[in-house]
Design a protein around this ligand. Structure first.
Ligand code: SF4
Ligand code: SF4
Length: 454
């Protein structure tokens, strides 16, 4: 039975106070380079349709989806294409990218007239989403067209708007709910038009009572959409945990939500769906939280894809006056699932949710001691794994044992590391081992289903 919660998980210091009262501010990039990696999604990289020297307008298609498991890419500024070459990304790897010299004019392509909700059908919705290059913007990066086209029209019973934002420090969903609730609701309504038997759930954390009340009041007369409170435990926003909390249905990492009659879309993805299908606009902006105790003015920004992280940090006032780059730790994403980055000359992509900058002294990794077999990591694992065993498998580089102990079920939530009194870095070791095995289809088997890349 669905109780709004799940087994395991942890309550963390959410750090959201720093930016939750900061309204979304639209930032425009300075003149200069904008970088568009061709892989901003899982699946095949998109294929450039522009050449060096071409002039492009804001909203123009610059790279097309290669297959269904790929996504279109559009220019977020106007200007000239100056290069198509490998550039560093926040993931630490170099990716083939289109580079545009922003002329600061923001000359737009022509967008056709808005559609009405009553005019929608399966074709207009799916083609609108595909053309706009929408992907799962909560971090998963699955092309939304692919996800929706796989879901059965009649078997899909629940569409979940994931507005939980359980990752500490992130406040973009919180602001979206308060500032643009209809954009989220309309995005969900668009999806409900193509799944006639489905009902919509908007999931909101118990820690966001104002967002819950606002949505509930707006939806009082809407028979197909229900606003649901879920636990504030981390990682309730993770797909498996959220579906379980709301419906009581379970799935493993080899399955996709549509296998159990569900679809999950995060807040920004739903807003992008509304923009694409109703307003015919491609995905060229997103909300990014820039926050942390080392940032001068924590903010929520509406950002053009392709801007550099450095530009964003400057827009947030940079580091606090008493700090230099040597005193801080910069995270791409939140403290639980984000990764440390050192190069700030990397572009915002469709998957950038936050830049969190912390004082190093607060984040310093403490010395580790041997495992004391307390079992806390097992208690908090939301996927019923035995992290200490997986950690040992990873240390011994024993791939067979790691797979046998269900290590591929790990969703890298970080709860085990967070709770371990011996300060063992369980989650990073398990994540690296899993990433290594996922590159070997003969070992990973069905687990590659959602990570097909090339
Ligand atoms: S939480 Fe840490 S110390 Fe406790 S059993 Fe797990 S690995 Fe060992
Ligand atoms: S083993 Fe994986 S899923 Fe389990 S707590 Fe650790 S990181 Fe999370």
């Amino acid at each position: 039975m669905a109780r709004g919660t799940f087994a395991g998980g942890v309550h963390v210091d959410d750090g959201k106070d720093m930016s939750r009262d900061r309204s979304i501010q639209t930032v425009f990039p300075e003149n200069g380079e904008m970088v568009f990696p061709l892989s901003q999604h899982i699946g095949k990289p998109s294929i450039p349709v522009v050449h060096v020297g071409d002039y492009v307008r804001t909203g123009q298609l610059i790279a097309r989806a290669d297959t269904e498991m790929s996504a279109n890419l559009h220019a977020s500024v106007s200007g000239r294409v100056t290069a198509i070459e490998e550039r560093p990304t926040a993931g630490g790897e170099k990716e083939m990218s289109i580079v545009i010299e922003n002329d600061g004019v923001f000359l737009e392509v022509f967008y056709p007239e808005n559609r009405q909700m009553e005019q929608l059908n399966r074709y207009t919705v799916l083609s609108g989403i595909r053309n706009a290059g929408i992907v799962g913007m909560g971090g998963a990066g699955m092309p939304t067209y692919y996800k929706l086209s796989q879901a059965d029209e009649t078997d899909t019973e629940v569409i979940i708007a994931n507005c939980v934002e359980c990752e500490p420090y992130l406040t973009s969903d919180y602001r979206r709910i308060l500032e643009n609730p209809w954009k989220i609701i309309n995005g969900l309504m668009v999806l409900l038009t193509i799944f006639p038997r489905a009902k919509g759930f908007i999931a909101v954390s118990r820690d966001n009572p104002e967002g819950f009340v606002l949505l509930r009041d707006l939806l009082r007369d809407e028979p197909r959409i229900f606003v649901k409170k879920v636990s504030s435990k981390f990682p309730v926003g993770s797909e498996r945990q959220l579906i379980y909390a709301l419906t009581g249905r379970s799935m493993n990492a080899r399955m996709l939500p549509y296998d159990i009659g569900c679809l999950v879309c995060n807040t920004d993805t739903l807003v992008a769906i509304n923009q694409a299908v109703i307003m015919n606009e491609p995905l060229i902006t997103r909300i990014v939280t820039v926050t942390g105790d080392a940032i001068e003015k924590p903010c929520n920004f509406r950002v053009r894809i392709g801007m550099s992280y450095l530009d964003l940090l400057e827009q947030a006032g940079g580091f606090r006056k008493d700090l230099t780059v040597n005193d801080v730790l910069i995270l791409d994403g939140g403290p639980m699932t984000g990764r440390v980055i050192t190069d700030l000359n990397v572009p915002v992509t469709k998957l950038t949710s936050a830049i969190v900058v912390m004082r190093k002294q607060k984040m310093t990794i403490q010395p580790t001691t041997p495992c004391m077999r307390c079992g806390r990591c097992i208690q908090v694992c939301p996927n019923a794994l035995v992290p200490l065993t997986l950690f040992r498998d990873a240390q011994k580089d024993n791939e067979t044992a790691f797979v046998r102990h269900n290590g591929l079920e790990c969703n890298n939530c970080g709860c085990c590391s967070y709770t371990c009194p011996s300060k063992l870095q369980l989650s990073p070791a398990i994540f690296s081992m899993k990433a290594k095995i996922m590159k070997k289809p003969e070992m990973a088997g069905d687990y590659t289903r959602r990570f097909m890349r090339k």
